[in-house]
Design a protein around this ligand. Structure first.
Ligand code: ZN
Length: 297
């Protein structure tokens, strides 16, 4: 409804009701008085005539709104509406800056992990999941800086993305790690000295999330299933939310490297990770409500 008609209507109603200065010079005082009088009369007349026009425009707008069919909600938005309050997914592309990670067959782990992270982020957003990346550029980040990103968010899950390297060039496949236990991060108030209460950690150490992601990875890529494993890896141990670390294949394996260099394979990895997150969210027990406070007597 933003065509020339509507614009014209408002332009005309804004016209001055009195004549311009050069015209006034040529009029006698009587004519001028008459003109001013007519000008006063003209003002309400214009408002009265403009109102039905405005009414018509509004009515037409309403009819357009009612008659025009709504876009069909996408499968993604329908699914998102069944998943309840969604966690923020913190995606952590491994390595970066002067830390290349694994290198083989002309591939660098830091580039691939960022490429995959951006694909995962785009897909998660299409399902309405809030998503945060620990890095968006080829920059170095310490491990505590990475976990701090997740630990600042109340309802988060953490997914770190890596690619493998082995002395054995026949090693192949995908695997997902989670922590043996969580280490609570220091309270952000600990520097004050007398406040040393550690931040609470999730009782969910990420085993279910790792399982759902690993199953989806194997289904989507047909890669060898190296399973889910518990390891004392810093980023899964020091995040207070459920956290996993995905290894998407071996850069030094010729066949794995050929696949990983292909954007279509990275898309499959991204779809599998998002599918795993969605399955995890669907099966996640609802948060336990805090016990009601009893008033002190
Ligand atoms: Zn790595």
């Amino acid at each position: 409804m933003d065509g020339p008609e509507q614009l014209d209507l408002f332009t005309r109603s804004a016209e001055p009701a009195t004549p311009s200065a050069p015209e006034m010079k040529n009029h006698s005082t009587a004519k001028l008085r008459r003109h001013r009088f007519l000008g006063k009369l003209a003002r309400p007349w214009r408002v009265q005539n403009a109102l039905p026009c405005v009414g018509l425009v509004v009515l037409a707008g309403c009819l357009t709104f009612i008659v025009a069919p709504d876009d069909e909600p996408s499968a993604e938005s329908r699914l998102a509406s069944t998943l309840g309050s969604l966690p923020t997914v913190v995606i952590d592309p491994g390595h970066g800056g002067n830390d290349d990670g694994a290198r083989s067959h002309g591939l660098r782990e830091k580039d691939l992990s960022l490429d995959l992270a951006l694909r995962v982020e785009k897909l998660l957003r299409s399902y309405s999941f809030p998503a945060v990346l620990t890095r968006r550029e080829d920059t170095f980040m310490t491990l505590p800086e990475r976990t701090a990103v997740a630990n600042r968010i109340e309802n988060a899950i953490f997914v770190s993305l890596h690619f493998n390297h082995s002395r054995d060039s026949s090693a192949t496949g995908v695997e997902t790690f989670y922590a043996t236990e969580k280490v609570p991060p220091e309270s952000s108030w600990a520097w004050v000295g007398f406040v040393s209460k550690p931040e609470p950690v999730s009782t969910d150490i990420g085993a279910d999330l790792a399982g759902y992601i690993q199953t989806a990875l194997v289904t989507r890529t047909n890669a060898a299933n190296r399973g889910i494993k518990q390891r004392e890896l810093y980023v899964v141990r020091h995040t207070r939310c459920p956290a996993v670390l995905v290894e998407g294949g071996f850069l030094n394996n010729v066949l794995d490297a050929r696949l990983i260099a292909n954007g279509e394979y990275l898309d499959r990895l991204a779809q599998a990770i998002v599918e795993g997150v969605i399955t995890y969210q669907k099966n996640r027990p609802p948060p336990v409500a805090p016990p009601p406070k009893i008033a002190a007597h």
